[in-house]
Design a protein around this ligand. Structure first.
Ligand SMILES: [Zn+2]
Ligand SMILES: [Zn+2]
Length: 261
């Protein structure tokens, strides 16, 4: 069995909880130790019960909490060596440092982890598929575009947390400076609602039933708009939306614990 709960999502911080009967992990720790602790307590889990933290990439919205967590708790923190190099300034406790290699599976307790490379402007960015028994969940945010390899890796996920960062129009008309707009919409930036909805339409035919839209931009998106863009794409492709569960990770509320037996 596998439990999945997104604790925080978006440019202000990302953290997702995944567990089996015996193993608890976090994917990213992009908010303060205190905030993560508070969110976990709502699931009756303490930070001391976390077996590992997996880091997707060094950006602060994915790593903010690791300095304090690594000093207060003895939790192994996994990142690639390039990502660790890029996180030097965080001065994480050396004793917690663990390594993985992109595109090579590894195990944490009874969870199998497959880190796969994604196109993003970071040292060695990865997304993760986590497996337990016959269940698979995938967390894939922070990517400028979706490649066929990434699509393939996301197939057959029972739950997929996929980035739906910005609405193109809202980004274009918004307050961000030109260079930042270009970065976000670039090949190594973030995924738009449109790109996410196209990936979801494809994956809905490839065994994925449960989609969570995540990493929404506060300035360049709206939850309803992200949600509606996906629905429209599914409808356009004559896909029966009633067969799928679609939700938006809520930045302020933990309401999306999903349990797969
Ligand atoms: Zn990033
Ligand atoms: Zn991010």
């Amino acid at each position: 069995m596998i439990n999945f709960c997104n604790l925080y999502s978006g440019s202000t911080g990302n953290c997702t909880f995944v567990s089996s009967d015996t193993t608890n992990i976090l994917i990213d720790a992009g908010v303060s130790c205190q905030k993560i602790s508070k969110a976990l307590s709502e699931l009756d889990v303490g930070l001391e019960n976390i077996d590992a933290i997996l880091i997707t990439h060094e950006h602060i919205d994915h790593t903010k909490g690791i300095t304090t967590i690594s000093k207060k708790y003895n939790i192994p923190i996994y990142a690639t060596s390039k990502t660790w190099d890029a996180m030097k300034s965080l001065e994480a406790n050396e004793a917690c440092k663990e390594f993985f290699v992109a595109n090579e599976e590894f195990h944490i307790g009874d969870l199998k982890v497959m880190p796969f490379s994604i196109p993003h402007d970071a040292a060695d960015p990865c997304a993760f598929s986590i497996y337990n028994e016959s269940k698979k969940v995938t967390v894939a945010t922070d990517m400028g575009h979706v490649t066929s390899e990434i699509l393939q890796q996301m197939e057959d996920s029972n739950i997929l947390l996929l980035e739906s960062n910005y609405d193109r129009e809202t980004l274009n008309c918004g307050p961000y400076p030109y260079f930042l707009k270009k970065r976000i919409a670039g090949e190594f930036g973030h995924l738009s609602n449109e790109m996410a909805s196209k990936a979801i339409a494809h994956l809905s035919k490839k065994g994925v039933q449960n989609f969570v839209l995540g990493h929404l931009s506060k300035e360049n998106n709206f939850p309803e708009l992200a949600y509606q863009t996906v629905l429209n794409e599914l409808n356009t492709n004559h896909i029966d939306v009633a067969k799928y569960h679609l939700s938006v990770a809520n930045r302020d509320k933990i309401d999306n614990l999903i349990q797969l037996a």
